[in-house]
Ligand binder design. Structure first.
Ligand code: NOJ
Length: 763
């Protein structure tokens, strides 16, 4: 008997003991299996399944295991090794019904190996790269005994003040929806029951990225049209891709918190979209219904949440303490509880845990001796993906690529910052394993001594920022802040740069500045770094600015000062090597911005797909009564979809297969793209549409198709895009999604601003 058969027999025997009277397991028997189990559960056991508890804090392992064995916990999160999870699963196997636990974690852009932050992944516009990152992170997390990730995070955001913009995929509905689907497909694979896959619990349903003023946890007030047209499709894409879970947002929507929002959770998610998975509240959200002012106490909060359709409560006591009383008093029904429990059991079934509770935990003798062993990392994959996410924003006088024998002065507070390379939500990533830019440059050149380094500036001297970061990570601030004066640091940098041929300045934000609860009123580089760039500019040497940040920054002045600018986000474990690949031209940059970069924070929200208005900005004298700011240049610093290459591409005019589109037909738009430069390179050809006159104002343009193409020097390719009625539909005043007859403009370009146009008519 081979190993696999033996395992099957062992698992089978174990199951027979645990579920002797249950219908046999198999996908076709899920409903019967769950119904049978539900019928055998006590009320306490049912309520136990609805509790999702955070590891850490007061919940010691001992306490948690006792609670699990008593059937009072359904799942936990934040434990990240098989050795940690095994005793908890053992405890579940000691409980009366032996219902397995599941273990969840925020695996957002990596697990042990960190890939670039999600905003960076989106900048690749490369679905293969994104798929690779999701598959690899999932395999690593599953190998550590994790069954569910709290991801993907698919909140559209058009507000860079919001720290969590780093965690999502940008501003655009089409791009984010496409990525949402790819993420779920590659996290769950053919089945979330596969041992190297997990269940995806998409988040944060819904509209979290549209909170007022970018202030975390704030309210959302939005028209139904905008919701359905722009913000809801990515969540819908995760449902269509089969996501097994959905985490509910902390914000309210038009006055009703998502956590108590029956319309959102039942009518939209379950009835309209057919979601069949488990819903999970965000951390403490049921208790927060009191602060939202919709519940007078936890009891009422629990009632509102369970009635709305929140299946599991994350780390709050409201369900455990109040559901029994609510049921007894008739304020909730048995069906309210059973419906929620059914979804939790169903999710566990889908994760393969009834078939084998140790599916991802395995046997103790197979546990890795060192969970952080180098051999467990996927460096090649991380580097490959990371370099595809970097966006070249400026490159004058061919400053880039750098020559490998050049004398390089690497300056800046983020040049050698291993922690920050990992970015926000870096799961089980270990800072000492990340490659900083300093390491990356030195790895790439024959003579590392030719790369000199100086910090040049503290990341910031702003007291509020220092206090904020120190609150979460005092050690980080202690280590990162050099006690010398700003001038002393700059002098040292200038000395390091004296003999250099070129200066590379690594500047931006600490990763903690673009995280949960990390909103900013300013999007500037901190003034210490502004002063550094000014001083480096004054040397007259070629200056390359390498940005590390999790949100669009208002870097107008610094981008004028620099000769070249490379946006690198937080590029992960292999970030330094990936950035070096691009700086030296071993990889030709191909990333495009997934989010608009404003000139100043006062322009926010600034996004390319805004509605048409009666008095659009028309260049001219300040008082010309068009939509403009009188005290600034108009428009973005860098538009959505923008990004340069070391080669140049030219686009032909757009040609259409027909000037008329019938309802069941298609119009094919063609464009020829040619590499007119000297090196091979990739670019993203983007197709936007505009409904010229409709029953409602429509966006000036909306991304509908794109393709990333690689071309050798001199090579050209004709790309074709089929436009069908579905591409033209929108939610009208009656909230019916329909396409209206009339004229449409097709725009194709290499960014959202510089486009070629053609028109056709929908019949
Ligand atoms: C709160 C965050 O909002 C959510 O995204 C995360 O999944 C949970 N905490 C668990 O860490």
């Amino acid at each position: 008997m081979n190993k696999l058969c033996l395992l099957g027999v062992v698992v089978g025997l174990a199951l027979q003991t645990a579920y002797a009277d249950s219908p046999s397991q198999g996908p076709q028997n899920k409903d019967a299996f769950v119904a049978d189990l539900l019928a055998r559960m006590t009320l306490d056991e049912k309520i136990g399944q609805l509790r999702l508890i955070a590891i850490g804090g007061e919940m010691t392992h001992q306490r948690i295991e006792a609670e699990i064995a008593a059937g009072r916990i359904g799942g936990t999160f934040n434990s990240v090794t098989r050795a940690d999870n095994r005793p908890m699963q053992d405890a579940a196997q000691r409980s009366r019904l032996k219902i397995p636990m599941f273990f969840a974690y925020d695996v957002i852009h990596g697990h042990r190996t960190q890939f670039p932050i999600s905003l960076g992944l989106a900048a690749s516009w490369d679905m293969d790269a994104i798929a690779l990152s999701a598959r690899t992170s999932t395999a690593e997390a599953a190998a550590d005994g994790i069954d569910m990730t709290f991801g993907p995070m698919v909140d559209i955001s058009r507000d860079p003040r919001w720290g969590r913009i780093s965690e999502g995929f940008g501003e655009d509905t089409h791009l984010v929806s496409k990525i949402a689907r790819v993420m779920v497909e590659n996290i769950q694979g053919p089945s979330p029951a596969n041992p190297d896959r997990m269940m995806a619990s998409a988040k944060h349903f819904a509209l979290y990225g549209a909170i007022e003023g970018g202030r975390d946890y704030n309210t959302v007030d939005m028209s139904p049209q905008r919701m359905f047209q722009d913000y809801l499709p990515p969540y819908r894409a995760t449902v269509d891709a089969g996501a097994g879970g959905m985490m509910v947002a902390l914000n309210s929507i038009n006055g009703v918190p998502a956590t108590s929002n029956t319309w959102l959770m039942q009518d939209v998610l379950r009835k309209q979209w057919g979601f069949k998975g488990v819903t999970i509240s965000d951390h403490g959200a049921i208790h927060e219904l009191i602060k939202h002012g919709v519940a007078s106490d936890d009891r009422e909060g629990a009632k509102l949440a369970i009635k709305a359709g929140i299946d599991m409560s994350m780390n709050d006591q409201a369900y455990g303490e109040h559901l029994p009383g609510l049921l007894k008093s008739g304020q909730i029904s048995q069906a309210d509880i059973d419906n929620a429990v059914r979804e939790v059991l169903g999710a566990k079934y889908d994760m393969g845990l009834f078939a084998n509770p140790y599916l991802r935990i395995g046997k103790a003798q197979d546990d890795p001796a060192d969970v952080n062993a180098e051999s467990r990392l996927h460096r090649a994959e991380a580097r490959d993906v990371a370099r595809r996410t970097l966006v070249l924003l400026k490159n004058q006088k061919q400053t880039l690529p750098l020559k490998k024998d050049a004398r390089i002065a690497l300056i800046g507070p983020l040049a050698d910052a291993p922690d920050d390379m990992l970015g926000s939500w870096s799961a089980a990533g270990v800072a000492t394993q990340s490659v900083t830019l300093l390491n990356g440059l030195r790895n790439a050149v024959a003579d590392p001594a030719k790369v000199t380094y100086a910090k040049g500036a503290n990341l910031t001297d702003d007291r509020a920022t220092l206090d904020f970061i120190a609150h979460f990570n005092p050690e980080h601030v202690k280590q990162a802040i050099d006690p010398r004066s700003g001038q002393a640091l700059i002098d040292e940098a200038l000395a390091a740069a004296r003999d250099a041929d070129v200066i590379v300045a690594a500047v931006g934000e600490w990763r903690g500045m673009t995280h949960e609860s990390a909103s900013r009123v300013a999007l500037d580089l901190p003034r210490t770094q502004q002063a550094l760039i000014t001083a480096l500019r004054a040397t007259g040497k070629p200056l390359v600015m390498v940005l590390m940040n999790g949100r669009p920054l208002t870097i107008g002045e610094q981008q004028r000062q620099a000769d070249a600018v490379l946006e690198t986000w937080y590029s992960g474990t292999e970030g330094g090597n990936a950035i070096a690949d691009v700086l030296f031209g071993d990889y030709n940059p191909s990333g495009k911005l997934p989010v608009t970069f404003p000139r100043s924070v006062g322009q926010v929200p600034l996004y390319y797909s805004h509605l048409s208005i009666g008095r659009p900005f028309t260049p001219g004298h300040p008082g010309n009564y068009s939509s403009q700011y009188f005290d600034s240049e108009q428009g973005p610093l860098y538009p959505f979809g923008y990004g340069l290459s070391y080669t140049d591409f030219s686009l032909s005019d757009v040609s259409l297969s027909s000037k008329r589109l019938s309802r069941d037909g298609k119009v094919t738009a063609s464009i020829n793209v040619r590499n007119v430069g000297k090196v091979a390179g990739e670019t993203v050809v983007q197709l936007y549409l505009r409904d010229v006159a409709a029953s409602m104002a429509r966006p000036v343009k909306e991304l509908k198709h794109f393709r990333k193409v690689m071309l050798k020097p001199g090579e050209s390719q004709t790309l074709t895009f089929d436009i069908v009625e579905g591409d033209l539909k929108f939610y009208n005043q009656q909230l019916v999604r329909a396409a209206e007859a009339g004229q449409f403009t097709v725009m194709i370009g290499l960014d959202s601003q510089d486009v070629k146009e053609a028109t056709f008519e929908l019949l």
